[in-house]
Design a protein around this ligand. Structure first.
Ligand code: FPP
Length: 277
């Protein structure tokens, strides 16, 4: 039997959604939003016009993800490198755009039962921006649906450094550094994302094949989906196409594929034969 299409979807989205298996949706999707500048250049517009157009893409993607019941969506909005390597005027524009988005979107986030959170070194952002961020996350704090995380002034390496510092500080509080225990679980528990499952799927727009210092620890086993669509043109339909592709993939976590799982002896014999050669 075909599953039901969630209310509010357009025809194109519904068509793709019906091809999906609702039992195997990713629990966490991470998106590297890229291509705003190129989008603007193609239209002979200033770069900032691409960022402004990118907000419509954020809105459509967030709403579609919430409608289909994705538990967590994380968007890479602003890296630590962006902050240092872009003209001041562009950075200031991005900050204003973010504040505008946060104010304008609270109502919609609440309607969709979405809780807004952030990852990144927030304290390095301008205080006025931090206040807007706090106001928006407070206003959605009681929502129990999708967790929307904006990565702002984020760097995965800084996150890992912060996790180690926090691990060491915790050990110092609990009797000194000879009590320091480091394993995968304890590192994960000190990351900014300790309350989230690792992303199953990472999407990057505009065709670039890089992770750009995004969730390096958490993406260890994620499926990577790169689309040539530039971020301002990305919509819920593209998100659903990414999920459809994800559902075609076979996730192996370093193990053997499902063909081998049906014939483990054959696989072992093959490995032995290879080892003898
Ligand atoms: C990458 O495009 C995009 C960014 C650095 C900023 C992302 C911001 C938005 C999508 C708009 C606002 C976001 C929120 C959450 C309200 P680029 O400028 O690197 O593009 P290019 O590689 O084509 O130059």
């Amino acid at each position: 039997m075909r599953h039901k299409v969630p209310a509010g979807m357009d025809r194109k989205e519904a068509e793709i959604y019906l091809r999906l298996d609702p039992e195997r949706l990713p629990k966490h999707i991470a998106i590297i939003m890229d291509g705003n500048g190129r989008w603007a250049r193609r239209k002979h517009m200033p770069r900032v016009a691409g960022h402004r157009a990118g907000v419509a893409a954020v809105r459509s993607t967030v709403e579609t993800a919430a409608r289909i019941g994705i538990p967590a969506l994380t968007l890479y909005a602003f890296s630590e490198e962006n902050w240092k390597r872009r003209p001041k005027t562009e950075v200031a524009f991005l900050m204003r755009l973010l504040c505008h988005y946060l104010k304008a979107e609270i109502k919609t986030l609440n309607e969709h039962n979405i809780r807004l959170e952030y990852i990144g070194r927030k304290h390095e952002l301008p205080e006025s921006v931090q206040r807007e961020m706090e106001y928006a996350s407070d206003a959605t704090r009681h929502n129990t649906g999708m967790i929307l995380t904006l990565a702002l002034n984020y760097s995965a390496r800084s996150e890992i450094v912060d996790a180690f510092r926090s691990l060491a500080a915790a050990a110092a509080r609990n009797g000194g550094l000879n009590h320091l225990e480091v394993d995968e679980q304890s590192v994960a528990e000190h990351l900014y994302t300790s309350h989230l499952p690792d992303p199953d799927l990472v999407i990057r727009t505009s065709g670039e094949m890089r992770l750009s210092n995004f969730l390096l620890w958490q993406l260890a086993y994620a499926e990577i989906y790169v689309t040539s669509t530039l971020w301002p043109d990305f919509r819920g339909t593209h998100l659903l196409e990414g999920i459809a592709e994800y559902q075609q993939r076979e996730r192996r976590y370093g193990g053997l594929g499902k063909d081998h799982l049906h014939a483990p002896e054959k696989a072992t014999a093959h490995v032995r034969a290879e080892a003898k050669r």
